[in-house]
Design a binder for this molecule. Structure first.
Ligand SMILES: *Cc1c(COP(=O)(O)O)cnc(C)c1O
Length: 481
């Protein structure tokens, strides 16, 4: 049965020449099991990496015997560890306890079960993506969501692309290529990392005409900027910052009238845009696409995965004729969304038909409307298990905090919440290192826990924690300090 275990696979040669060959290792008894479980290529790769590491250690001065123990079991265990690490999924579930509900780095909106089921169905099956089930002829993929989007915004037509940055790019490229787009200086915003309004306009081939000043722009500023090369007036909802004090901006209704007097379209980039009036749910108000359409906007763009609570997407709603032109732009083909996005978006839009149940069913809205007493009660239940998990290495307490909506939405409006605050037991020198170590131990849990550092402690805002059972169940696996 089992071959006798050799005392060592090392050859009696000096230095790296003592190491066994890849083939020698692959010929060991356990190799067949690894080939079956992970495939030959992965096993070859892991073996090569193991040998390369040991070779380097010897070149760095270690003796072959110290880096290559006798017996086969350690090789088996080492290869198994490497193969398992390499085959672990790279997309991992995490607990977002950062206090930012729509966290771009953590994937923004969480999807309701209705959307999850719709996506799973669309992934497993053929669907009527561009097929009209009534006529049996070719359909248009936008039609799967267009009706609902029009119903919810009051627009005549709608189209969907990969994200809102793409929506702005596509709309401007269609309407303003080699022409001028008139925008207020106060709205030339950067939205995190790589999205800067002026850059997108340049890539769209539109020449930017800036009007007004950073804090004040008047109707006459727009009027004076309109000329023979003007293609449209654009208003950008400066969603991720607020200008306060001596400010002036022109209303959408006035801009729409001005644009129409000059036979130009008026476009609004809402950024987030909420399809429901958030005030109805006790939240700070956020402009809705319907308000822009009612004010006379010809096109409105907004994100699918911000306040809408759906998948990453960019929605363009507006006048029939303009949407038709946008659809004919070859860039539309390059920026189009797939069946999974449409399935998720359609399922989410369907939930809006029942506003009374929306705060319960739409995950984003449910998290945003969670009240502090509920969050605090959760905190009280978690306090003791957390203290037990950290033992003497940290102090855990319950503190009031403020959550953010995130993704540039409602930047100045904070939501009252409660956090578990974990502070390192050491203070003074070494506290910073201890805090980093605490953070890392939580990140190394099977479901990594992501918090936010403030005031020398790690704050775990509990607003977005719904799976209490899974959170508690893994605390026992916290690495020792
Ligand atoms: C977020 C945002 C965008 C970009 O939207 P994505 O869906 O992230 O591409 C564009 N404009 C405004 C005003 C925004 O807030």
């Amino acid at each position: 049965m089992n071959k006798p275990i050799p005392t060592s696979l090392l050859a009696s040669r000096p230095g790296v020449a003592a190491l066994p060959s890849v083939d020698r290792v692959l010929g060991l008894g356990f190799a067949a099991r690894f080939v079956e479980e992970h495939g030959r290529a992965a096993l070859n790769e892991a073996t090569r990496a193991l040998l390369a590491e040991k070779r380097q250690a010897i070149l760095d001065g270690a003796s072959p015997e110290s880096v290559w123990p006798a017996g086969e079991q350690w090789i088996e265990a080492e290869l198994e560890r490497r193969l398992e690490a390499a085959s672990r999924p790279r997309v991992r579930r995490v607990f977002n306890l950062t206090g930012t509900v729509l966290h771009t780095n953590l994937g923004r909106a969480l999807m309701p079960d209705e959307a999850v089921d719709a996506v799973a169905m669309a992934m497993r099956s053929a669907v009527n993506l561009e097929y009209d089930l009534v006529s049996g002829g070719r359909g248009e993929r936008d039609e799967l969501v267009e009706g609902r989007l029009c119903e919810l915004t009051g627009a005549e037509a709608a189209t969907v692309v990969n994200n809102n940055a793409a929506a702005v790019l596509l709309a401007l490229n269609t309407l303003a290529q080699r022409k001028e787009a008139v925008v207020s200086r106060g709205e030339l915003i950067e939205i995190g990392g790589a999205f800067r309004m002026p850059d997108i306009m340049a890539r769209a081939g539109a020449k930017l005409v800036e009007v007004g000043t950073t804090n004040r722009t008047h109707l006459r500023d727009y009027g004076q900027a309109i000329g023979p090369k003007s293609a449209l007036i654009v208003k950008v909802h400066a969603s991720n910052y607020a200008i306060q004090g001596f400010t002036a901006a022109v209303s959408e209704a006035e801009l729409a009238q001005l644009a129409h007097r000059h036979s130009l379209p008026f476009m609004v980039d809402l950024g987030s845009g909420s399809l429901a009036d958030l005030a109805d749910y006790g939240l700070p108000t956020e402009p809705t696409p319907r308000q822009s359409i009612d004010a006379g906007a010809d096109l409105v763009t907004f994100s699918g995965d911000k306040l809408l609570g759906g998948p990453q997407a960019g929605v363009i709603v507006g006048r029939n004729e303009l949407i038709a032109r946008i659809r004919r732009n070859p860039l539309k083909r390059a920026l189009r969304v797939d069946k999974m996005t449409l399935a998720a978006l359609e399922a989410v839009l369907r939930l809006y038909r029942h506003p009374e149940k929306l705060a319960q069913r739409l995950t984003t809205l449910r998290l945003l409307t969670r009240v502090r007493p509920d969050i605090e009660a959760l905190g009280r239940r978690l306090l003791e298990p957390m203290q037990r998990a950290f033992e003497a290495s940290a102090n855990v307490s319950l503190r009031e905090c403020q959550s953010q909506i995130g993704s540039g939405s409602l930047p100045v409006d904070l939501l009252p919440s409660t956090a578990l605050v974990v502070s390192p037991a050491v203070s003074g020198r070494g506290a910073g290192t201890a805090l980093k170590a605490l953070e890392q131990r939580l990140r190394e849990l099977p479901i990594p826990v992501i918090g936010r550092i403030a005031e020398g402690a790690l704050w775990l805002d509990l607003r977005c924690l719904e799976d209490e059972t899974a959170f508690v169940a893994q605390l026992g696996q916290l690495a020792p300090s």
